[in-house]
Design a protein around this ligand. Sequence first.
Ligand code: C2E
Ligand code: CA
Ligand code: CA
Ligand code: CA
Length: 279
Amino acid sequence: AKSSGRCALSFFDPTMQAELLARVRLENELSQALANEEWRLHYQPQVDQEGRCIGVEGLLRWQHPERGLVMPGEFIPLLESTELINPVGDWVLEAACQQLAQWAHQPGFAELSVAVNVSPLQFRQVDFVNKVESILQRTGAPSHRLKLEVTESLFVEERDDAREKMRQLKQQGVRFSLDDYGTGYSSLAYLAHLPLDQLKIDQSFVQQVIDSKANAAIVESTIALAQSLSLEIVAEGVESDAQQAWLLAHGCQAYQGFLFGQPMPLDVLEAWLRHESLA
Ligand code: C2E
Ligand code: CA
Ligand code: CA
Ligand code: CA
């Protein structure tokens, strides 16, 4: 009786109960967000060595009726723990492909690639390959402009299954980028056996290249190794001219970060692109 009393006591702990209620409420709101059309895709430019925009990364936002624009850090973990990430991930893919299909006929936009983040849970769905193929068909998006960003954690378990799905999607023209490189457990030597096209150096390394010799050495050897494996290199989180200059000097091919542009809604991005192409 004493132990169950203690259990009951901790369950009705008022702060814990408040947290639990807040979480349940958030989960309910998230499950309604799709039907209420509250998801938004913002786009952050990626530029080449000359500063020309070559593509964008689509980043998810939640337009909450009361709280305004909510950032992914606040809801992605919950989506992933409830499997809601699957329908939301479908929405993201659909939105990105619709955009690609629209840009395909617009001069100045037709060459852009669109990258989207795919969570491991979403990628592991048995029908993931079919889903992507049917979205590509339905929207008419050029498949070779779609880039899927995956993380090292995808390859910790069921690596063969992931590799096979990548192979099938690559046959359709879809490209793959390894996101947040350097923050996981895998080594590049090991990842070299996956059909990757691109490697994104995590912003935690990029933001330290000037101040930390150790980080600079890591980035330098990562670029060299990627080059020898014919992987494209993108640096993310580039915030200063000094960082960009350092990366350029060390052979980095593409850049993404606040220095070039923040993630922005479609209309702002399109205005930004028109302005950039005139500059
Ligand atoms: P990520 O894929 O690593 O995306 C890059 C994050 O860094 C974005 O944050 C972006 O706004 C931010 N960022 C870009 N440039 C800079 C910079 O120069 N300085 C700094 N300090 N930050 C920069 P955001 O949009 O808050 O997204 C956070 C994470 O949420 C993403 O990290 C990604 O893991 C996840 N995420 C976003 N959209 C989706 C989605 O559609 N599906 C899934 N599964 N995850 C998503
Ligand atoms: Ca990403
Ligand atoms: Ca990243
Ligand atoms: Ca990240």
